[in-house]
Design a protein around this ligand. Structure first.
Ligand code: ATP
Length: 289
């Protein structure tokens, strides 16, 4: 686990810095009243500055809903959400836009074309988060160019459109766009799921290096193997509820909840081979009992 930055308190006691993200008893529902379905129930978690939280769960467990709630794209029906010290619970669309424009929170989606404007040249896409924060155009251009080596991109790509790049290059542009303006928190929703293994490894390496800047990351994946090597802590979501949260090594080596054990057993990238079928079936039976 990476050491968390700490501050000296008044009496000389070391205290942890305030979390960048604090989610408490969050509830999200979809659908009109009579067909209302609960997507998240009583979800509480926090992420410290510089910390990487892995959020894992199977399809439909509510991972993207949590990401969307933290980005102001899904409305919470109860609970509280504090981002960068701001209670964003009652925020309307304009206040959410303001928060995103100020660059407090950024995002990377599975499909980079969702994170990038298809009609904007790469250079413009990368400069935009800096320009909206009031950085002068010349300085923005310099900062973009200085950032490119960190995501293994060359300047030749700057005048291309997203559609003229490979999938791996596009995702590296999306990562650069999310991080170039030094946000406090970045939500990455399945950022490597659509990539081949070489590109997946490269993006994971890049993210590990960028963590050193002190940004907090929430890394969402259905695959425990993708997050295990990068996350400090891992939170497991099952049917809209967090069933287990702990240090990444403990979750991989000593999972407690049957669902976490099932995820660990089903992650071939963690072990030489997935757990035996009979064991997985036994865990599934336990979960559905
Ligand atoms: N816009 C929506 N309207 C209604 N129900 C939705 C909506 N988005 C998601 N849901 C439902 O909410 C639940 C959680 O979905 P969510 O997309 O958050 O899961 P997920 O863990 O991200 O899944 P995946 O890994 O497949 O993306 C699912 O039952 C889903 O069908």
């Amino acid at each position: 686990m990476t050491a968390q930055p700490t501050q000296e308190g008044a009496a000389g006691t070391v205290r942890r810095p305030d979390p960048v993200l604090e989610v408490t008893a969050l509830e999200v529902h979809y659908g009109p009243r009579r067909r209302r379905r609960r997507a998240l129930h009583g979800v509480s978690l926090s992420v410290a500055p510089g910390e990487t939280l892995g959020l894992i769960g199977e399809t439909g467990s509510g991972k993207s809903t949590l990401a969307r709630a933290v980005l102001g794209l899904a409305t919470a029906s109860a609970g509280s959400l504090v981002i960068g010290g701001e209670d964003v619970g009652g925020y309307g669309p304009r206040q959410w836009r303001g928060l995103r424009r100020r660059g407090v929170v950024q995002y990377v989606f599975q499909d980079p074309l969702r994170s990038l404007d298809p009609d904007l040249a790469i250079e413009e896409s990368l400069a935009e988060p800096l320009l909206v924060q009031g950085v002068a155009r010349q300085e923005a251009a310099e900062r973009v160019r200085a950032f490119l080596p960190r995501v293994r991109l060359s300047e030749e790509l700057l005048d291309r459109l997203p559609g003229e790049l490979s999938g791996g290059q596009r995702q590296r542009v999306a990562v650069a766009r999310a991080l170039v303006a030094e946000p406090r928190l970045v939500i990455l929703d399945e950022p490597v799921s659509a990539l081949d293994s070489a590109n997946r490894v490269q993006i994971l390496e890049i993210l590990k290096e960028l963590r050193a800047d002190g940004v907090a990351l929430v890394f969402i994946s259905h695959d425990l193997g993708s997050v295990a090597g990068i996350a400090d802590r891992i939170a497991v979501l099952h049917r809209g509820e967090l069933v287990e949260t702990g240090a990444a090594a403990d979750m991989v080596n000593r999972p407690q909840h049957p669902y976490t054990r099932l995820l660990v057993g089903s992650a071939p990238t963690l072990h030489g081979a997935p757990a035996r079928r009979a064991e997985r079936e036994a865990l599934r039976a336990l979960l559905h009992a």
